[in-house]
Design a protein. Structure first.
Length: 439
């Protein structure tokens, strides 16, 4: 009997230790289904936004939702030649009129981006959508909402994650901005080079930009701010991604960084001390596998060694069965750029993970798609669509389902001429059931 009791105590002790070392934050995820109503909402012809990527959102203090986009098509009001306006032909195919003709952009007419970021605000009741861009240029066309200091037309901001913070008793939005040097369609060669990162501070009521401050003491090309969380101690948790290590089994892309593993890291900083404090990486600590350390170079990835995340993704603290659980939405990018198509949710008990629990919920029908709605026999895209960068939108949780978006685009190295088709470049939406999920 004593031997039995000792064995029982040992088993119970091991179970408790296992629970302490590997906290149980498993989630039960169902099969994702297309969110038809949301796909319709973001199938727009103008005026205003008619296409874009990133598609990260935040609920504003008044209950409206702001959707932030990187490269964006904008239909001017009144309409201008070659803007982002969309028309539908007799077969239901949605098209844009070319705004860059041969030989400037290549052998076929093209539609090129001229706004590198924008915001779409959807009212709480869903009845109105308004587009925010920068001031009109001398010809009456919209410009980017966020602009770097550089005057080079090749330098622009693509967007990270926004979060609401309190500064001086007022609600502000901090938005991570990623500055890149990117070839334009009429440049003779294609390139994409990392330049810097910054954080924009915005008025949470009006979305007016108050200031943009560069990150300081940044020593590598890790992209921070792909997702954010603020706890009740005003500690801002900052997830980041870095391309590192060749994916040897992947189909090679013409873009070198697409052939590398994308690893996930996390750091934190005291947000209560203001933006100037938060942008200085000397004030950050990063997770080194055991604790948050002042040595950012000692940081450790918080996903499994053979896993690879999206360049952009969403990590949100969700209420599941009455328990707060960190959930991450990402594509599996370990297969190489041309095969990105499978969406997963990971879960963890803490912001530093580790994110080991992994659930496949959707294989995108958009990946590799060559036929768009309205295309007739003999008409197709020359290259199958690529998909990338999912985001969750928890303010719209309903019936135990969370709304997830992902982006579609023509792949790197695609043949010219397909950019006239409006539906190649816009977000798609999916409803994902999670057992016990509450708003």
């Amino acid at each position: 009997m004593q031997q039995f009791l000792r064995s029982a105590v040992l088993i119970l002790t091991l179970a408790l230790l296992s629970h302490a070392i590997f906290p149980q934050c498993e989630i039960a995820v169902g099969k994702g289904e297309p969110a038809a109503e949301w796909n319709d909402i973001f199938t727009r012809s103008g005026p205003g936004w008619t296409g874009g990527d990133t598609t990260v959102s935040i609920e504003l203090p008044n209950g409206d939702s702001a959707f932030f986009f990187s490269d964006s098509f904008i239909a001017e009001d009144p309409q201008l030649p070659g803007d982002g306006s969309v028309y539908t032909n007799e077969n239901g195919l949605r098209l844009r009129k070319p705004n860059c003709l041969p030989p400037i952009c290549g052998p076929k007419p093209e539609v090129i981006h001229y706004v590198y970021n924008s915001i779409v605000v959807r009212s709480k009741d869903g009845k109105t959508m308004r587009t925010l861009t920068g001031p009109k240029d001398k010809n009456g066309y919209s410009t980017s909402y966020f602009k770097p200091k550089s005057d080079s037309p090749n330098h622009m901001y693509w967007l990270g994650d926004p979060i609401i913070v309190e500064v001086g008793g007022k609600k502000k939005i901090w938005m991570f901005l990623n500055e890149w040097d990117v070839a334009r369609p009429f440049d003779k060669a294609f390139w994409i080079k990392y330049r810097a990162q910054a954080i924009a501070q915005m008025d949470a009521e009006t979305l007016a930009i108050e200031k943009i401050v560069d990150l300081k003491n940044k020593t590598d090309e890790a992209v921070w701010g792909i997702s954010l969380w603020l706890n009740d101690k005003n500690e801002l948790y900052i997830w980041g991604m870095r391309n590192e290590g060749e994916i040897k089994t992947a189909k090679k892309s013409s873009l070198a960084i697409a052939n590398k593993f994308k690893k996930l890291y996390i750091a934190k900083v005291d947000a209560s001390k203001g933006l100037e404090h938060a942008v200085d990486l000397k004030n950050w600590t990063a997770w080194d596998g055991k604790s948050f350390s002042k040595d950012l170079n000692a940081r450790k990835s918080i996903i499994p060694e053979n896993d690879s995340i999206s360049d952009e993704l969403a990590i949100r603290r969700l209420n599941i069965n009455g328990k707060p659980i960190f959930v991450m939405a990402t594509f599996d990018t370990s297969v190489g750029y041309s095969d990105w198509r499978d969406l997963y949710l990971y879960s963890a008990c803490e912001p530093q993970g580790p994110f080991r629990s992994k659930h496949h919920f959707y294989r995108t029908p958009t990946a590799g798609m060559t036929k768009l709605p309205g295309m007739i026999e003999g008409q197709s895209l020359q290259s199958g669509l690529s998909v990338y960068n999912p985001h969750m939108h928890p303010q719209f949780i309903e019936d135990g389902k969370i709304l997830v978006s992902y982006n579609s685009n023509l792949p790197f190295g695609s043949k010219p001429g397909d950019s006239i088709y409006a539906d190649f470049y816009r977000p798609r939406f999916v409803w994902v059931p999670i057992a016990g999920l509450q708003k």
